[in-house]
Design a protein around this ligand. Sequence first.
Ligand SMILES: O=c1[nH]c(=O)c2[nH]c(=O)[nH]c2[nH]1
Length: 311
Amino acid sequence: MASKNEIDGMNFEQRHGKERVRVGRVWSSGKDGRHFFVEWNVSISLLSDCIPAYIHADNSDIVATDTMKNTVYVKAKECSEKVSVEEFAILLAKHFTSFYRQVTTAIIKIVEKPWERISINGQPHDHGFKLGSERHTTEVILNKNGTLQVTSGVDGLALLKTTKSGFVGFIRDQNTILPETRERMLATEVSASWRYHFESLQSIGMGPLGFTEKYLDVKKVLIDTFFGPPKEGVYSPSVQATLYDMAKAVLARFPDVSSIQLKMPNIHFLPVNLSSKTNPVIVKFEDDVYLPTDEPHGSIQASLSRIRSKM
Ligand SMILES: O=c1[nH]c(=O)c2[nH]c(=O)[nH]c2[nH]1
């Protein structure tokens, strides 16, 4: 997406912003002194009417990217109550589109670093955090006229199961050596992003938005569908089929999600068989010893949306 203009018989598109603005925010709850902490990496991109800067060296309509960076800290300071990463992105987007006459659209992307409260001897610590693994992400696109898109996501969700996976029946030709199997390891690092159905600032209202709870719920449905029940599991005939089941489960469970995109690399664990001229069987693979490798890896992605969804 970019701001589009016709200049001298040519199309010109432009946008500008600040990437990777890092901010940490502590909130303390008055009554018990417990601290809450988030660390965000914010990227801002503004579509604005500032063509004279490009063609006449006239900067009078430019919002300086340094100002955008400062705005992140000002807004973080102004949030006296804990906010979700999505709410913070919305409030930044609101500021840029309402404060500056020149700005028509704000695109705000944020990645939250997975700081998790630590427990000591089973007791949650008031102000101690450790780094977890997967990251909560969001992308908010807000137009001056109030048109809004909110996408939430998870990145780096590494999942592995040691059985209940296979891959058979694929095309075999002169270049195929992969054996068919009904018993293999399945490992992936899920990147998912899902779009909420509301389409304007008015339609999300002003109350607490519950984005964090929804993020945790969607992540749980993705994980539960990947693994199946704890004892029986669920058989995966391919990454493709499992990905589709995961996407379908999210749309079935959450009516306010209009579409979901999933990227699930197939991270290979290669069977280890070792032999030498003198010893034909040093190690014989019996679904036990693997060589983990992430290069090269399979790359599988798809998106699923409700008909009439605008994603
Ligand atoms: O689940 C899989 N999907 C593929 O497309 C594929 N290709 C491959 O070599 N192994 C696998 N596994």
